[in-house]
Each structure stands twice: as C-alpha cells, then as structure tokens.
Design a binder for this molecule. Structure first.
Ligand SMILES: Nc1ncnc2c1ncn2[C@@H]1O[C@H](COP(=O)(O)OP(=O)(O)O)[C@@H](O)[C@H]1O
Ligand SMILES: [Mg+2]
Length: 308
C-alpha cells in the first residue's frame, strides 16, 4: 500500500456517505488481559486477508507500536518511548517544518499524521508517543477533555481516512481516561478481552457500563456493537478460571457477546510477542499447532461478527 499523508486540519472534509470503514477499539481498564495481543493478532490476520488495515496505539506504554516498528527512547525520560523517524522523512529538507516523527498523539494536537509502513503490505501503523499521550491523559479542563473525546471520531471520519482503510484497530491503555473514551466514541465495534479473575471481571462490567452510556448517547444510525467479550489466558483445571467462565456463560445479558473461542494461556502467544521471535507470527506456526488453530478460530469469529 502507498503511504499517505493525512491532514487532520481537513476536518471540514468529513465523509457524509455510507460509512464502510470499521473501527474496532480494544478496551479493558485492567492491564495484562491481552488487549495488545488481541489487537496485533487481528491486525495481522485481516491484513493477510488483503484488507487495508490501520493500527492505532493510544497507550503511552507503546507496546503495540513496538511489535510493528522499531521505537526509540528519550534518554532523559525513562518512560519516553518515541516513534522512529518516518522512512519518507527527508532530513535535508529543513523547510518542511516536520520533526520526522508521527504518532497517534498528533491526531489530538491537530498535527499532520503520517502512518508508517510495516512488514505487512496492507498494514499501516500510527504508533504511540509516550510523553505526548501522557500529556493528553492529564488534561483537566472540561472543554479540552470534551475536545479530546470527540477528536478521534472526527479524524476517522475524514474522507482520506475512510477511503484509505477498511479496518482500524485501536489499542488502548488500561484506563478509562480521555483517550480510551475517544476510542469508544470513534468505534463501530468494541472487543473487551478479560482474564478469568475477579478484578478483570469487574473491569469487564465497568466497560459494559461505558458501552451502554455511549450507546445511549449515539444516533440510531451509528450503533456501537460489542464484537466480543474475549476470555484470555484461560487455564483448564484451575477452579477460579472454570468457575468464572461458567458464570459468564450463565449470564443471559452477556450470551450474545461472549466469544465461543476461549484463548488459553499458551507460551506461543508470549513468545510471539518477543521482537526476535522465530517464526515472527502465530500465523506462521504449523497449521496443526494448537496456538495457531486457536488464534485462527478467534480471528474468524471476529470476522463473522464484523460482517454481520
Ligand atoms: N493467551 C496467552 N497466553 C500466554 N501469554 C499471553 C496470552 N495473551 C497475552 N499473553 C501475554 O501476557 C502479557 C500481557 O498481554 P497484553 O496483550 O500485553 O495485555 P494488555 O495489553 O491488556 O496489558 C504479554 O506478555 C503477552 O505476551
Ligand atoms: Mg497493552
């Protein structure tokens, strides 16, 4: 896919036609439940299917960005993860006024946005920028916070974005802060990964509240669907896991949202998270490998939910 420049200032060119692009936000205010894993696996699956995919990292920790790009570090700030220089950046062109780095934070700061190419042809990434995303999370004024809440939806409504991508996957921080709310507001679908332990289950119910509130504030022609409540890191034989899974299955209100594919705790998932992993992708494991089969079943389930 050709890399493109998307101008956030062109918000006046919003897309008023039938919206085909799907925006999937992966949310859960507990960490370590598999948000980043689920986002990267789905982005990879759909781009291997030939769909034009954009991944957006809204977590200041930038874990998702690291999977797709070689991120850099600000020596003066231990949490300062920065995007690399963009491959299209011309260092000799000092008239451009561009720093050469682009990130998801630029969407909120009204900068121009330059998605990065990745190893996969039809997958572009807009990485996080640790310090700038943290700055957005800390906004206190109601007025600025409202602007942040709406900003991503406006950006993803741009005609250029709508024409460039079929799917956008958004990875979020383990928080219900302004950036996560902006992702929920921009989304057509939510995926809520959860482990089968008390705190993440509480987090799941909190996310469902956020979803209902958002549903109630939307126009009827822009529904927000739950593509999946996705159990992850399940261990068979662990009474806590089995008990909590049963209670999710018994909850009638959740029945239509609970994924039938349960992702187990498998070392292959964690190994594939390592930058030096061989093979690099779960999809390059043998078709008989249980982790490959499971992840494929999960992606196929989400695929079916998205085209419904
Ligand atoms: N099904 C799984 N089996 C084994 N390890 C997993 C699985 N899912 C996620 N992990 C690992 O657990 C850790 C947390 O997952 P991650 O996707 O980063 O969660 P989050 O983004 O919600 O914080 C990572 O090290 C990841 O590799
Ligand atoms: Mg994460």
């Amino acid at each position: 896919m050709q890399y493109r420049v998307i101008f956030t200032e062109d918000i006046r060119y919003c897309f008023y036609g039938r919206v085909m692009m799907k925006v999937i936000a992966v949310v859960q205010n507990k960490g370590g439940v598999g948000k980043t894993t689920v986002t990267r696996v789905l982005a990879e699956y759909f781009s291997r299917q030939g769909q034009r995919v954009l991944v957006l990292d809204l977590d200041a920790q930038c874990n998702l960005s690291r999977r797709f790009l070689t991120m850099e570090y600000d020596a003066a700030d231990p949490d300062g993860v920065l995007p690399p220089l963009h491959p299209e950046f011309d260092i000799s062109d000092d008239q451009s006024g561009w720093s050469g780095r682009s990130s998801s934070a630029d969407i909120y700061f009204s900068g121009d946005v330059y998605p990065y190419p990745t190893q996969l042809d039809s997958l572009l990434a807009l990485p996080g920028h640790g310090p700038r995303l943290r700055e957005i999370e800390l906004v206190r004024s109601d007025e600025v916070r409202d602007a942040v809440h709406n900003r991503l939806h406006l950006f993803l409504s741009l005609v250029d974005v709508q024409r460039s991508f079929d799917l956008v996957f958004i990875d979020t921080a383990p928080a219900k802060g302004p950036l996560t709310i902006s992702a929920v507001r921009a989304a057509t679908h939510l995926i809520i990964p959860t482990t089968l332990e008390p705190q993440p289950i509480e987090g799941l119910y909190g996310m469902l509240q956020l979803w209902r509130r958002e549903q109630n504030s939307r126009e009827a022609d822009r529904p927000l669907q739950i593509a999946a409540i996705q159990p992850n890191l399940f261990r068979k034989g662990v009474a806590l896991h089995e008990g909590l899974l049963d209670s999710l299955r018994d909850d009638q209100a959740l029945a239509s949202m609970l994924s039938p594919v349960i992702l187990r705790q498998r070392i292959a998932f964690a190994e594939s998270d390592h930058p030096g992993a061989q093979p690099k992708s779960l999809f390059d494991l043998s078709p008989k490998d249980p982790a490959h089969k499971e992840v494929l079943a999960f992606c196929e389930h989400i695929h079916e939910r998205l085209i419904r």
